[in-house]
Design a protein around this ligand. Structure first.
Ligand SMILES: [Cu+2]
Length: 142
């Protein structure tokens, strides 16, 4: 009986430690393209670069979360940008939509998702992914 109680307590402690580690953010730098998460994940249209820039602005202004498609192929959902107090129609986010950036921030891993709280934009190369000649201007194809 005592052994069972000890094992239960040890298992509970291990679970608590795992949860605490999962909740602790990691300081990271991420390089990649700022994307519109809705169009990227749903694949309803081509979601990258100049072809999608106009739609990405509309989506971000409308409150769709932006992400960073990292050079590592992972999507980092941006929950916060610097000291800005809002993530909806955030002027900084609109300014960098579709840009290639390198950012510094805190990464939270939770249930297979990567959430990024950006502290600062280290570099902003502007829009460098020129996709409009191959895909037209989304969603209208001009
Ligand atoms: Cu879009």
């Amino acid at each position: 009986m005592k052994r069972s109680a000890w094992a239960t307590a040890a298992a509970a402690a291990a679970l608590w430690l795992t949860a605490a580690q999962a909740a602790a953010p990691q300081r990271v730098e991420v390089t990649g393209e700022v994307i519109d998460s809705w169009c990227y994940i749903t694949e309803i249209m081509y979601p990258e670069g100049t072809a999608h820039h106009q739609c990405a602005l509309w989506c971000a202004a409308g409150g769709i979360p932006v992400g960073i498609l990292g050079d590592d192929g992972e999507v980092y959902l941006v929950l916060k940008m610097g000291d800005d107090t809002t993530s909806v129609a955030n002027p900084t986010v609109l300014d960098i939509q579709s840009h290639r950036v390198r950012v510094d921030g805190e990464l939270y891993l939770r249930d297979g998702m990567k959430y990024l709280l950006v502290d600062r934009i280290i570099t902003d190369a502007g829009i460098v992914n020129l996709t409009h000649e191959d895909y037209g201007i989304q969603p209208f194809g001009e």
